[in-house]
Unconditional design. Structure first.
Length: 94
């Protein structure tokens, strides 16, 4: 079996193995404004929708303050994802 790519949290499984960000510096995704390279990777990433779905699933259980700490994913900041979830009808955002 081929070795899976790894992240700081362990082996990458499922859709994550095809993510354009695998192997990039973690600092690009957590904390402040991501560099242009991170945004470019997200724009062309083949699993961007899966990344957004997972981020929304995780953040839906967090309060707005905690959700804002989740970093840059799927080409969106945590604040942008929060606004997106708030703009959706309840039946779509959960």
């Amino acid at each position: 079996m081929a070795e899976l790519p790894t992240s700081t949290s362990g082996p990458i499984r499922g859709w994550q193995r095809w993510a354009a960000c695998v192997g990039t510096p973690m600092a690009w995704w957590i904390g402040g404004t991501p560099p242009k390279e991170a945004k470019d990777l997200c724009r062309r990433c083949p699993v961007r929708r899966s990344c957004l779905a997972e981020a929304n699933e995780i953040e839906a259980d967090l309060g707005p303050t905690d959700a804002k700490t989740q970093g840059f994913r799927a080409g969106l900041s945590a604040v942008q994802r929060l606004r997106l979830r708030q703009s959706l009808p309840d039946s779509l955002s959960a």
